[in-house]
Design a protein around this ligand. Structure first.
Ligand code: ADP
Length: 443
């Protein structure tokens, strides 16, 4: 399958998973919020009903004298009161009515029952079609024949001399509560597509963000594979050409055979170096354990390398010296073999890119908890733009130099595997300074 298609599909799958999870979380939260609103409104309703009922109960109880009998004063203070078996009393202006004004405002109704549960009177906005059967349960939710809901409280009434008078029921319609819930539900339903759209966009964006490093790393691997194949092809093609031209010769002299074999050996050597470097780079990418590291003395390693490259420097007519800035040896915990490789790559480069009569100084110093090694040359230097790229794998400033372009990439990978840093300062035609910083062991 086309890789870009695979990435697009993975992103889509990831976005769908994100969207699904986010939508699920939002739905659960939305349901929770709905329940919280529902509960809060219900509690407020109950409290309001309780407080109105308490006020009415207390003010009516003060006026009651005979069980099951409504005193005329009560009939005067209650609005729209309708006593059973009498013509309904019309509302009258009375200064005491203000206590009960809540009845009119809040869709409240009142019902009086005697001790045997017989209805005595009804007041307030009595709902049509609500069953008149008495039930002395404290809280009740009732339904009229149209399906409208009512919530009511039943309280016991006593006369002034503390005899049981009967019961009072105070209730109210739940229509406003129902419309409040409808508004919440409608808002949620209408808001759902917008929320889903936002969630989808956010998920697509998040999935893209999550895929970015994977895509970048995939591109790097792709480039690396292509570059590696290209680099391997050159010596392989040369080997093939050498063998083919040797085979085309009708007869080969001993000296020609030797020359052909030497060419093949050189090309083979180049291939071996390249494959070894590639394997080293791959190993460095996965090297995390500290167990195989040893305490290495940097002074000793630098002295060894100066000695090793002395002949090459003399042959190139370059002065190669070391400069230890502090008298005490500096130790670091590292893979010794890799330290040799790191420093030789930089010293070989310095020799290679410094003209005759030049000078290379390998200095060693300590700065806080770091060992600082500098390889300074008076060579051809590197331009600012090239300095950004020379650590890339297979990058060469001038492809005619014969190198593979892996030397600095390997150096950088070794430094990173040791939790250090490798930087370059350079000026064209003046020279370069490569600075390595590695965490060192306490003196
Ligand atoms: P190569 O195998 O080509 O030397 P490197 O990764 O070691 O590959 O170096 C990358 C490029 O950096 C080289 O092609 C060279 O142009 C440049 N370079 C490295 N070291 C120096 C230096 N000391 N002076 C000038 N140029 C350098």
């Amino acid at each position: 399958m086309n890789q870009n298609k695979l990435f697009a599909q993975t992103r889509l799958r990831l976005a769908l998973s994100y969207a699904l999870i986010l939508a699920l979380i939002l739905t659960i939260c939305g349901f929770g919020i709905y329940r919280a609103f529902y509960h809060a409104y219900w509690v407020t309703l109950d409290r309001e009903l309780e407080s109105v009922a308490g006020t009415l109960h207390d003010s009516i109880e003060l006026k009651l004298q005979q069980p099951g009998q409504l005193e005329p004063i009560i009939q005067q203070i209650l609005p729209n009161i309708c006593v059973v078996n009498t013509s309904c009393i019309q509302e009258q202006s009375n200064p005491k009515r203000h206590i009960l004004s809540a009845i009119n405002q809040g869709n409240y109704y009142l019902r009086f029952f005697d001790n045997s549960g017989r209805l005595i009177a009804i007041a307030g906005t009595d709902p049509e079609g609500l069953p008149l059967v008495f039930n002395k349960q404290l809280w009740q939710t009732l339904k009229d024949h149209k399906g409208n809901l009512y919530h009511q409280i039943s309280l016991v009434l006593h006369t002034k001399d503390n005899r049981d008078w009967g019961y009072i029921q105070i209730g109210r319609s739940l229509t406003d509560f129902k419309s409040y819930l409808v508004v919440i539900k409608l808002t949620s339903i209408l808001g759902l597509p917008i929320v889903l759209l936002l969630v989808s966009v956010a998920s697509w964006w998040l999935a893209g963000l999550a895929m970015q490093p994977i895509y970048r790393s995939y591109k790097q691997i792709q480039e690396f594979t292509a570059d590696a194949a290209h680099e391997l092809r050159t010596p392989l093609a040369a080997t093939q050409a050498t063998v083919e031209s040797a085979l085309l010769m009708p007869q080969l002299e001993d000296i020609e055979i030797r020359e052909t074999l030497r060419t093949l050996q050189r090309q083979n050597q180049r291939l071996t170096t390249l494959v070894t470097d590639l394997l080293l780079l791959t190993r460095l990418d996965h090297q995390h354990s500290r167990t195989q590291r040893h305490i290495c003395c940097l002074n000793e390693i630098i002295n060894d390398l100066i000695e090793e490259f002395a002949a090459l420097a003399i042959a190139s007519q370059i002065q190669l010296i070391s400069d230890f800035r502090i008298s005490t040896p500096i130790n670091i915990c590292a893979y010794e073999e890799q330290l040799y490789r790191l420093l030789s790559n930089l010293i070989i480069n310095a020799i290679q890119y410094t003209p005759q009569g030049g000078k290379i100084v390998v200095s060693l110093n300590r700065s806080y908890h770091y060992a600082v090694i500098q390889i300074q040359d008076t060579g051809i230097g590197i331009s600012d733009q090239e300095q950004m790229r020379i650590f890339d794998r297979f990058y060469r400033v001038n492809s005619g130099t014969g190198g593979s372009g892996l030397g600095l990439a390997i150096a950088q990978a070794i430094v990173q595997a040791h939790h250090g840093s490798l930087t370059v300062q350079s000026q064209l035609q003046k020279g370069s300074i490569f600075t390595i910083k590695l965490p060192c062991v306490k003196a």
